[in-house]
Write a protein that binds this ligand. Structure first.
Ligand SMILES: Cc1cc2nc3c(=O)[nH]c(=O)nc-3n(C[C@H](O)[C@H](O)[C@H](O)COP(=O)(O)O)c2cc1C
Length: 213
């Protein structure tokens, strides 16, 4: 098998959104991943089906997202997280790539707590966390609120949406930042798939199998 024959990354966005704002950002993550060549499934975790669980189990990468409610992940996301206990014990998601995003009303909010909770959740599953990979924006006299990563987070993508504004008012810079995250995770995923294929091939024909999902 040559590198050009490797499968496209299989990617899932597992998100909760109470009022539709974070759902817009989830769609942006998915769009970025598709732009980078991934097959993407969108999974609203508060309405997850058996197919949704199957998709998560089969994905190479899962990007987790939720609003920040009361300074942490939303209850809708946490309820989903608590349903993954058996998968956590069994290592079902180990060595999948993971990343995260959140949205809240305040510019801080405190979204870092939410991103840390998402990263710890991924670590409990022995997943491989990918950071945002952007310098902080809007932090100098030449910066603006149109900058990528305008809120200056490193662990994942963060957005702020006025609490009295509808989902159509999610900031374009935050949408672009989430789109970047999707593309970055897809790119890292592609490299991991290729690296695993090379490693398996180097072990010899007896050890060769299709790249690990
Ligand atoms: C129960 C609740 C708690 C919230 N807590 C916070 C918070 O701690 N920090 C903050 O900045 N915004 C907070 N917000 C505002 C939401 O994060 C914000 O409206 C967000 O855009 C909602 O996203 P969603 O439509 O995807 O649910 C809270 C909203 C709700 C409903």
């Amino acid at each position: 098998m040559t590198v050009t024959e490797l499968p496209e990354p299989r990617f899932a966005v597992a998100y909760h959104s109470g009022f539709g704002h974070t759902a817009r950002l989830a769609a942006a993550v998915a769009a970025g991943a598709r732009d980078a060549g991934a097959e993407v499934a969108m999974i609203a975790v508060d309405a997850i089906t058996d197919d949704g669980w199957h998709e998560l189990d089969e994905s190479d990468a899962v990007v987790f997202g939720c609003p920040t409610y009361m300074g942490n992940v939303s209850a809708g996301f946490q309820a989903f997280a608590e349903k993954t206990g058996r998968r956590c014990i069994n290592g079902t998601w180990q060595n999948k790539i993971a990343a995260g995003f959140t949205n809240s009303g305040a510019k801080s909010g405190d979204k870092l707590q939410t991103l840390m909770s998402l990263a710890v959740f991924a670590a409990q599953h022995h997943m491989l966390w990918v950071s945002l990979g952007l310098p902080p924006g809007w932090n100098s006299s030449s910066g603006s609120d149109q900058d990528l990563n305008r809120l200056g987070f490193w662990l994942g993508a963060a957005a702020a949406t006025d609490v009295d504004a509808g989902p159509e008012h999610v900031q374009s810079a935050d949408v672009a930042t989430c789109r970047h995250l999707g593309a970055r995770v897809s790119s890292v995923c592609r490299q991991l798939i290729a690296g695993r294929a090379v490693t398996a091939a180097a072990r010899g024909p007896a050890a060769w199998s299709a790249p690990t999902r």
